[in-house]
Design a protein around this ligand. Sequence first.
Ligand SMILES: [Zn+2]
Length: 119
Amino acid sequence: MQTNIFAQAATMLRKKNIDADIGRFVDFMDHYQAGDLIYPSSVHRELRMDVATVYELMGSLTAQNYLTPYLQIHCPSCQKYTGYCYKTIGEIPAEIFCPNCSYADTCAINHAIVVYLVD
Ligand SMILES: [Zn+2]
C-alpha cells in the first residue's frame, strides 16, 4: 500500500504560485490512495478552499500524472450517481436512463461532474 503519494507533489505545486495552503492540501490528499476517487466538492468543503483553486490544484496533479479525471453522470431527478462514467465529454451519450429511478436524462452532458482517480 503506497502512502504519501502527494507529499512528493508538494514541491511541484509550490512552484506553480497557486494562492493556496499547499501543505494543508497535500495533507488532505494523502488520505487518499491509488484507486480512490476524489470529488473536488469534498476538497472544497473540507478545506474551505474556493472551487477554482481546487480545480487548479487538481489540474496540476493531473498534468503530473498523479490523477486522472473522469466524468460521472449524476441523475437530475434523484440526484444519485447513475453508474455511468466517461473519460471525455465526447463519449457521453445524448440520453441516459437512470438505473435508480428510471428517469430519462436527455441532456446527460449537463449533469456530468468531474471526479479524479488517484493513479
Ligand atoms: Zn435517478
